[in-house]
Design a protein around this ligand. Structure first.
Ligand code: TUI
Length: 317
């Protein structure tokens, strides 16, 4: 299957997937991205199963396009969500923060397209071998739970290692990022942080404003000692966290500080004491737009970049 038919078969006009962001990616965002020609996803991370089901039902009313569900494999209810997506006839799943291996057989039986997020070549190879339809290679520039290596180095190595489509993620916030991903051989892109600041994204305005105000150096990875490193924007919480880390706090103390913190920021708007997950590309994002404006602007800009390379002879016609 060529790369175009992979996305075309999912009813997409543009090869862009919305990141499955916990406490962020609900039916409103997922439907808006799918309606705009991308692939929207509802995030089922740390969210009660009945709420995920409600969001799936709402999205079905908001769009007649294909949308997916993102399953965070560290969630306590991952097993329940794995079954729910089959019952609800979801067509596409992305997974994060672990290996979806044990669910792959069941999902394939239901005809679901499975696209795991990977942060290493080894994981990408394992997923391809176990029957994944594509992988999302996510560099450590991304927001939220991250791996160690950057998109620039991860992407070409994953592309060389597997023969399924590879979608680039981490640090892509405009058309230049899309063009760069294509240059490295990606079949498509996943975008998270830029969609945080979309009109249809229902997070608290304080969170959006903090992303808009962020500079290039304003994110930090916390939680390395716990084994669950997450990239967030610096604030009172991250300062408190690093002080505790320096003081040799126990893993339990560190986990306790992080627990519920994302919800506090995203839903309650407490951007000082909450966890404001965002990627390093936040510094590039300056205004709120609709998902349609974001997607169309990004692809027009990537086209412009590629045409510019043709006009100076770096790419042949
Ligand atoms: O999953 C994400 N990003 C996330 S999940 C999340 S929810 C959360 N809340 C509180 C604490 C921690 C997380 C927020 N952001 N991105 C996809 C991703 N997956 N990035 C890296 C990975 C990954 C890492 C290791 C995928 C597979 C993997 O394999 C480990 C193994 O099992 O070998």
């Amino acid at each position: 299957m060529n790369n175009f038919s992979f996305f075309h078969n999912l009813g997409m006009k543009y090869p862009i997937i919305q990141g499955g962001m916990a406490w962020v990616s609900d039916s409103s965002l997922a439907a808006a991205v799918s309606n705009a020609g991308g692939l929207g996803l509802i995030a089922a991370a740390n969210t009660p199963t009945h709420i995920v089901k409600e969001e799936i039902r709402k999205a079905k009313l908001l769009t007649d396009k294909t949308f997916g569900v993102n399953i965070m494999l560290m969630s306590e209810n991952a097993e329940e969500i794995a079954q729910l997506v089959c019952d609800e006839q979801i067509k596409v799943i992305t997974t994060g923060a672990g290996s979806p291996g044990k669910y792959l057989k069941m999902w394939k039986e239901y005809g679901i397209t499975v696209i795991p997020v990977v942060a290493s070549v080894a994981m990408a190879k394992r997923m391809a071998k176990e029957g994944a339809d594509a992988v999302i290679a996510e560099g450590g520039e991304a927001g939220g739970h991250v791996g160690e290596i950057t998109t620039m180095v991860l992407l070409p190595q994953v592309i060389d290692a597997v023969d399924i489509p590879v979608i680039a993620a981490g640090g892509i916030g405009d058309g230049r990022g899309i063009a760069a991903a294509f240059m490295l051989g990606a079949s498509g892109v996943q975008v998270g942080t830029r969609f945080l600041v979309s009109k249809e994204c229902t997070i608290h305005q304080n969170y959006k404003d903090k992303v808009i105000k962020a500079r290039d150096i304003d994110s930090v990875v916390t939680g390395r000692p716990t084994g669950h490193p997450v990239r967030v924007l610096k604030n009172r919480l991250t300062r408190q966290y690093s002080e505790l880390e320096k003081a040799g706090a126990s893993l339990e103390q560190l986990e306790a500080l992080g627990s519920g913190a994302l919800r506090k920021a995203a839903r309650d708007g407490d951007i000082d004491n909450g966890s404001v997950m965002a990627g390093q590309i936040a510094g590039l994002i300056k205004k709120e737009q609709t998902c349609q404006e974001i997607i169309e602007e990004m692809f027009a800009q990537s086209q412009e970049r590629m045409n510019a390379l043709k006009s100076i002879g770096i790419i042949n016609e």
